[in-house]
Design a protein around this ligand. Structure first.
Ligand SMILES: Cc1cc2nc3c(=O)[nH]c(=O)nc-3n(C[C@H](O)[C@H](O)[C@H](O)COP(=O)(O)O)c2cc1C
Length: 198
């Protein structure tokens, strides 16, 4: 696929960091689609940010942690986000929400934008995984609200919830179901096209 002058850069994040995470498997399958669509991919592991649970006293004492600046800088380099959320009690994971909450506390400094400004108006594709039948759809709806409402991201209307995700991938890490695979490719193509227009 030809995207013209600038190659769009897509940041891929999963809402879980545990070994063998289903959301990481879908993130990695998405990563291959991003590459196939001609975009540049980068993956950010939320655990590597080592963010403490948000605490206003801690922020007042120490400022925002380095990991929040790393997240801000990763978004600064990206033209679009692909986010895969697991579902914990019908909600996105604390790992993800905590990271975005810290991001929202990063102020502008020098040439670097504030956390809120660095994501605003950037396109985002949201996907979910669960071993259950509904694929984490409830968390997906809340993630849509969170990213579009609070963070002003342009969340694509198309989304994908992969149910029975523990059985959904083949040995090469691709989605076994052809319709799901096509939906994923379509979502990624739309995301890359939107990111290319920025
Ligand atoms: C605290 C907790 C709450 C959970 N709640 C839900 C839920 O509401 N819906 C669901 O489909 N799965 C739920 N699960 C199961 C997760 O979908 C499953 O553990 C999944 O593999 C976690 O995502 P990951 O594989 O990306 O780490 C829950 C798991 C945990 C640990």
């Amino acid at each position: 696929m030809s995207l013209g002058a600038g190659v769009p850069r897509i940041l891929l994040i999963a809402g879980s960091a545990r070994a063998g995470a289903l959301s990481v498997r879908l993130r990695d399958a998405s990563r291959r689609e991003v590459q196939a669509a001609g975009a540049e991919d980068s993956v950010l592991d939320l655990r590597s940010l080592a963010l403490p649970v948000y605490d206003g006293d801690l922020e007042a004492r120490d400022g925002v942690p380095e990991g929040a600046l790393t997240l801000r800088n990763a978004f600064g380099r990206a033209d679009g986000l692909l986010f895969v959320t697991p579902e914990y009690n019908a909600f996105p994971t604390p790992l993800a929400l905590n990271a975005f909450d810290w991001l929202s506390r990063v102020q502008a400094s020098g040439d670097s934008l504030a956390g809120m400004a660095v994501v605003a108006n950037k396109p985002a594709a949201i996907l979910s995984t669960s071993p259950g039948a509904f694929g984490g759809m409830r968390a997906l709806a809340l993630m849509r609200q969170y990213l579009s409402g609070a963070f002003q991201m342009l969340v694509l209307p198309q989304q994908l919830a992969v149910g029975k995700a523990n059985e959904a991938f083949d040995d090469a890490g691709a989605l076994k179901d052809q319709r799901a695979r096509q939906t994923l490719a379509d979502i990624v193509r739309r995301l890359v096209a939107m990111a290319a227009r920025r």
